[in-house]
Ligand binder design. Structure first.
Ligand code: MTE
Ligand code: MO
Length: 357
């Protein structure tokens, strides 16, 4: 059983901690830290003292290093606004039900992240010829089951070298202008704009440059698309964000006051622009262009709004659909995959316009 903690935040699990934001609380450019979704795999949040925390950079590099928190935070910093979305966001709407934490639509948020570009740290270390990936290890660990065998593992994920060298991939120590909260990875976390959240490793303590692809649990057993009938040799990795949009106002089931109503929401895609947002107020028969508004940044979501003249009494299905600059759009329904990753199907809600009393 899950329960609504408040109108704005919902706890899916206390141990490990998993929380999501209610849609109306996503109706802003920046998602406030205290309402930002949380996705932890293990019970214990690592104890971190900035005085003793070290980040090592090792593997296939000319100059391995071991940096302290103070040292890192004194390097030239970069700030990016980026949308983080859990690959399991919206999985509870798949049929048949998918495995995993039953997120509705709220495992997503947009925040301002400050840190050292990973590119800088890698260029100081000097990756050797033949480098293919970079591995990131968090300080958290716990038990996971693999083919009936229980394993004690750390949270670890790799990135292709090219993505690791992206200007906006950060080793971050601030979120929304403040020191990272423990639950969001204090003291250091990776931020990988444009990729699903699993790539943004929290409590980062080791970076290893690799000459061969990483094959660990969270790379090969989790965050892979397991489609109907597909053999393990064909499981594809979950990587970049799929274009998606949500209606944040009104909320599902709301009784709206008859008259002019402004429908609002957010839309995002992998590091490219949202070029069009369409709204339907009649269950998908007709679509009208909505206005994109507010700030714009490469890895961040865009807000949208559209006026709706809600004068006819009745029950109405509202739907939104985004298109990005690469021409990608959202499917009406999402082909099933076992863990329900990357569900970007069209968001729809129902609202009521009451008649004259
Ligand atoms: N070390 C570590 N990093 C992690 C995780 C984790 O469990 N341990 N969860 C990942 C997943 S699946 C997501 S969606 C994001 C969530 O980040 P947040 O809790 O700050 O929103 O962190 C990622 N980084
Ligand atoms: Mo996630």
């Amino acid at each position: 059983m899950t329960q609504d903690d408040s109108d704005e935040y919902r706890t899916l699990s206390e141990d490990p901690e998993c929380r999501e934001t209610a849609l109306p609380a996503l109706d802003s450019w920046i998602t406030p830290t205290e309402r930002f979704y949380v996705r932890n795999h293990f019970s214990k949040i690592p104890d971190a003292s900035p005085a003793t925390w070290r980040l090592s950079i090792e593997g296939e590099v000319e100059t391995p290093s071991n940096l302290g928190y103070e040292e890192l935070s004194s390097l030239p910093a970069r700030t990016v606004v980026a949308t983080l979305e859990c690959a399991g966001n919206s999985r509870s709407y798949l049929t048949p039900p998918a495995e995993g934490v039953g997120f509705r639509h709220g495992a997503v948020g947009n925040a301002e992240w400050t840190g050292v570009p990973l590119r800088e740290l890698l260029s100081r270390a000097g990756p050797k010829q033949g480098t293919v990936e970079v591995l990131f290890e968090g300080a958290d660990s716990g038990e996971e089951e693999e083919e009936g065998v229980k394993l004690e593992i750390d949270y670890a994920r790799s990135l292709p070298l090219e993505k690791a060298l992206d200007h906006d991939t950060l080793v971050a120590y601030q979120m929304n202008g403040e020191t990272l909260q423990p639950v969001h990875g204090y003291p250091l976390r990776l931020i990988v704009p444009g990729w699903y959240g699993m790539a943004s490793v929290k409590w980062l303590r080791r970076i290893t440059v690799l000459a061969t692809p990483y094959e660990g649990f969270f790379q090969r057993r989790r965050y892979v698309y397991i489609r109907n009938g597909e053999a393990q040799s064909n499981w594809q990795p979950v990587t970049s964000l799929q274009v998606k949009s949500l209606i944040t106002v009104p909320r599902h089931g709301e009784v709206v006051r008859p008259g002019q109503f402004t429908v609002q929401g957010v839309a995002w895609s992998e590091g490219c622009e949202i070029t069009r947002l369409e709204l339907s107020t009649d269950g998908g028969r007709r679509w009208q262009d909505a206005d994109l508004f507010g700030p714009q940044a490469a890895g961040a979501w865009r807000r949208w709004k559209s006026d709706w003249l809600a004068t006819t009494p009745g029950h109405f299905i509202l739907m939104c659909r985004a298109v990005d600059s690469r021409g990608n759009t959202q499917p009406a329904s999402m082909p099933w995959n076992f863990r329900g990753y990357a569900n970007n199907s069209i968001h729809s809600i129902a609202v009521e316009v009451p008649g004259e009393q």
